[in-house]
Design a protein around this ligand. Structure first.
Ligand code: ATP
Ligand code: MG
Length: 484
């Protein structure tokens, strides 16, 4: 039985499709720079093949959960579950042949890797009677199968890499067909990339990635120069499931209502999505054991609960005389400064630091919580950016501009704002990471993209690779400086 999935049109306007069964046997690798249209391409593939084959998406950004609205995919928010839960869901997913999106949004890099490894191992270790065919789509695959060592613990990196290697090298027999996308081939482990026989190459700027793309496509380097000039949404495709020679495709639209009525590979169960969700996510039956937290650095799940607990703490209000407002403000500034100067505070979650703040305030004679959690996070962010005490008029303007940002982004924002106001060099990624309370440079880059998307930053990288940031609303610009 042949089921063809229409991906888009070639340069002559003829439809280009993929053979789904062939794809299941031969896997797919998608590469292209950020914005080249990889996620769109994956979505097109998923939408067009939804209902024909079981689909499992590992989604670092939580982009694909919207598939559920139209196609019934069940979204699993990894940050709400333990590693053990996620492995258990994977087993049920295989048993019930459910299409799901595992969103890893909100987890640190290490948590994402641990979770993806547990999930993939769960899929892989399913009993033989559940080895039904499934597409396993992994966006940003270099996060889970990095080419080199990174900022994460070695055992975590190894576990994640080995799960991805299993998926791509040994998954086929178990029905698992890896479809992976990456921004940078050079950043993806070679053995993981090498197991795909189908390739879709989008716009690629860097020579090192282009050279690897050319090798995989079996093209001359000169010919491969064409990859540099590809437009968004245009890809060169090659492989047994798509074409025997490289063909240029423009990927078609997504969220079309035209669900293909081609013959199904094997009929999937027709349970309504809600029942399915209950079935898959129900707690373990007899042998329930307490969940293992995903990562020590994962945020404390319920900040509100902690806030409520803080409020419930009996404070010896009567015993401490009221402190005049000005004096209190100074003490609060000192307490915040002490917290920032305590090296251990950098990677503690805001809610833990808030507890610390309350205790320290009581120690300096401030009985009532002088700030709520949100107010504390904003002040702490300002203090981390070197702004102590009440913001003066200029900072009020900056704080006003930053109103669109969540509290925890204020630190990096103000750090840049301060450098920009004083005409100092742009803070490095590492400095921004420390202000953001993370060690992940990936998170810092996502943070900058987010702030840019809110039009609060305009980033410019000069030919020497130095970055400067302008805050258009305030008309301030940093000096250019090294990013790393
Ligand atoms: N074939 C297409 N037709 C129409 N719009 C497209 C097409 N491909 C991509 N786009 C649009 O271009 C933008 C970037 O695409 P996409 O998010 O897929 O890029 P990406 O390669 O996944 O980038 P990143 O690596 O940063 O995740 C999106 O807004 C998307 O809707
Ligand atoms: Mg993407």
């Amino acid at each position: 039985m042949t089921v063809r999935v229409e991906m888009g049109k070639d340069t002559g306007g003829a439809a280009v499709s993929m053979d789904l069964e062939e794809l299941l046997a031969t896997r797919l690798l998608v590469q292209g720079n950020s914005g080249s249209g990889k996620s769109h391409l994956l979505r097109r593939l998923l939408e067009q093949s939804a209902g024909q084959v079981q689909q499992v998406v590992i989604d670092p950004e939580g982009d694909f959960v919207t598939l559920g609205d139209r196609y019934g995919h069940i979204a699993i928010e990894a940050s709400e579950h333990s590693e053990r839960d996620v492995a258990r869901f994977a087993t049920r997913i295989r048993e019930h042949r459910a299409s799901v999106v595992l969103s890893l949004e909100g987890l640190e890099a290490e948590g994402q890797m641990k979770c993806a490894a547990a999930f993939l191992n769960g899929l892989f270790d399913a009993p033989r009677e559940h080895w039904y065919p499934a597409l396993v789509v992994v966006d940003e695959a270099q996060l889970f199968a990095p080419a080199g060592g990174g900022e994460v613990a070695e055992d975590v990196r190894r576990a994640s890499l080995s799960a991805m290697t299993n998926l791509m090298c040994r998954g086929r027999k178990r029905g698992l067909a890896g479809v992976i996308a990456t921004q940078r081939l050079a950043k993806l482990a070679k053995n993981v990339a090498a197991e795909a026989s189908n390739f879709l190459m989008g716009r690629t700027f860097l020579d090192i990635d282009m050279a690897r793309a050319a090798d995989l496509l079996g093209m001359e380097r000169r010919q491969a120069e064409a990859i540099r000039d590809l437009q968004r949404g245009h890809f060169l495709a090659l492989g047994p499931a798509v074409a025997r020679r490289p063909v240029a495709i423009q990927i078609g639209a997504v969220e079309t209502s035209a669900r293909s009525s081609s013959p199904k590979l094997t009929p999937l169960p027709q349970a309504p999505a809600e029942d399915f969700r209950d079935l898959l996510l129900a707690p373990a039956e007899p042998s329930w054991s307490p969940p293992v937290p995903m990562a020590a650095s994962a945020p404390v799940p319920s900040e509100r609960l902690i806030e409520a607990l803080a409020r419930a703490t009996p404070m010896p209000v009567e015993a401490v005389p009221d402190v005049p407002a000005e004096e209190a403000a100074e003490r609060i500034a000192d307490v915040l400064r002490d917290i920032v100067e305590d090296a251990e505070s950098t990677y503690r979650s805001p809610s833990v630091l808030y507890q610390d703040f309350l205790v320290r305030c009581r120690m300096v004679g401030l009985a009532r919580p002088p700030l709520d959690l949100s107010g504390f996070v904003r002040r702490l962010s300002a203090a981390r950016a070197g702004i102590h005490g009440d913001p003066d008029a200029d900072w009020a303007q900056a704080l006003d501009a930053a109103r669109a940002l969540p509290d925890d982004m204020l630190g990096p924002f103000l750090l840049v704002a301060r450098a920009a106001r004083e005409g100092l060099p742009c803070p490095s990624d590492t400095e921004l990471a420390a202000t953001y309370g993370t060690s992940s440079l990936g998170r810092v880059r996502r943070l900058l993209t987010y702030i840019e998307s809110k039009e609060l930053f305009v980033t410019r990288v000069d030919l020497a690779g130095k970055r400067s940031i302008t805050i258009p609303r305030l008309g301030w610009t940093t000096q250019p400086s090294e990013m790393g």
